[in-house]
Design a protein around this ligand. Structure first.
Ligand SMILES: Cc1ncc(COP(=O)(O)O)c(C=O)c1O
Length: 406
């Protein structure tokens, strides 16, 4: 593909007729009309509960809800029973920490994670280690924002039960060498959980090819609605895991003495699920597949190169993460000397540009970089070179206003 635009901005109602430069897709993405319509279709046409009714409306709701599962399974090359609907990446990781972790971690074992993790893939393991009197080991990053694999190797041993690592950093944009990490962890007998929140929206993910054991991601970061995400668990592990929440839909039989549970995925989906959320998530995945993940990767590759080239030329800017742009996604965390990140974000907002300022839920990483906060501009398929130009112009304007006037 040789185009500088994917020509899909018209599909996003929020972008119509307004001067919006949305550069906060790592926090949550915009939603295309087909996703909004799918959610609305459920609420306005067949808003019955799923798996329960013997009437047509409920059967339609069940069909549409269950259609989302194979779409998601296909999207990451998994099988349907391995796709568990959860609220988001955070809940997916907590489910593994509570269920797999409680049963498989013992005093003296260790868990290994990296300093670049989002709090969602850090705190659940830190807490689990405390509960189980296990060791919580954190490996370092290199100066260029890539994972320090030497340090990783040092942290691994035969007592390592799980390695939890992000596929793509939500701050540095670094794309991590997951297959290498999985291979090394498996050699020590440890399982591997991948936080895919920032990867699945942007790059083709194949869980079989990665050979990991758990993979978590959120619908709202990939054009879907908030409130729904996926936990993928390798079948052999899933079959040994106990249920997380108990209640309706997850049981096979209940007596006064006890209960027997359904198979996966129902076993892990107690209670009424986010029905419209899953339907919207299915529509989002269809949309991404229609645009084509390969074309999305190619488009974002060009856009990130353009953005990096333009941003790097701004005086007194520090961009965090790999300077080898091929090692990262289109996420740029930066600081501009003399301007507090929050002030910069507010000034950019005046120009209709939405960026994030703060620690982006990565306090250990920011501490490691010697920072309290940074500004983050994250790009997605609806962003253009024009958005980059507007961002650069607005940063320069802020510099003139705040630095020259001080
Ligand atoms: C890398 C990463 N992991 C996990 C999360 C948590 O996602 P959620 O808030 O959807 O649970 C995020 C959200 O920004 C993220 O960027």
């Amino acid at each position: 593909m040789n185009k500088n635009t994917l020509n899909i901005r018209k599909d996003f109602p929020i972008l119509k007729n307004r001067k919006l430069v949305y550069l906060d897709s790592s926090a949550t993405s915009l939603k295309p009309k087909c996703v909004i319509d799918a959610i609305d279709g459920y609420n306005s046409q067949y808003s019955a509960n799923v798996h329960r009714g013997i009437y047509k409306l409920s059967e339609k709701a069940t069909d549409e809800y269950e259609k989302a599962r194979p779409r998601l399974a296909d999207f990451i090359n998994a099988s349907c029973e391995e796709i568990i609907f959860v609220r988001n990446t955070t809940e997916a990781i907590n489910l593994v920490a509570y269920i797999w972790g409680e049963d498989n971690l013992q005093k003296g074992d260790n868990l290994v994670t990296s300093v670049m993790e989002h709090h969602s893939n850090f705190v659940p393991w830190q807490q689990l280690a405390k509960r189980k009197k296990a060791e919580f080991r954190v490996f370092d990053i290199n100066d260029d924002g890539t994972l320090n694999l030497e340090d990783f190797k040092k942290k691994l041993n035969l007592k390592t039960k799980l390695v939890a690592v992000t596929h793509v950093s939500n701050v540095l944009g670094t794309i991590n060498p997951i297959k290498d990490i999985v291979r090394q962890a498996h050699e020590k007998g440890a399982l591997v959980l991948i936080d895919g929140a920032q990867a699945v929206p942007h790059i083709k993910v194949d869980v079989k090819d990665l050979e990991c054991d758990f993979y978590a991601f959120s619908g709202h970061k990939m054009l879907g609605p908030t409130g729904v995400g996926v936990l993928w668990v390798r079948k052999e592990i899933l079959n040994k895991m106990k249920p997380f929440l108990f209640g309706g839909s997850m049981i096979e039989k209940v007596t006064l003495k006890g209960a027997a549970f359904n198979h996966s995925p129902e076993k892990f989906e107690a209670g009424t699920p986010d029905i419209s959320g899953a339907i919207g998530f299915g529509a989002a995945v269809d949309y991404l597949a229609r645009v084509g993940m390969q074309d999305i990767e190619k488009y974002e590759d060009k856009l990130k190169k353009y953005a990096y080239q333009k941003l790097a030329k701004i005086q007194n800017i520090t961009i965090y993460g790999p300077s080898d742009i091929n090692k990262k996604c289109a996420v740029f965390a930066f600081n501009v000397k003399g301007i507090h990140p929050h002030d910069l974000a507010s000034l950019l907002d005046e120009e209709g540009i939405c960026v994030r300022a703060g620690h982006h839920c990565t306090m250990p990483l920011h501490t490691h970089l010697g920072l309290i906060a940074s500004v983050r501009a994250s790009f997605y398929i609806y962003n253009t070179r024009e958005d980059v130009d507007k961002l650069v112009k607005a940063i320069k304007k802020a510099q003139k206003l705040l630095i020259l006037n001080s």
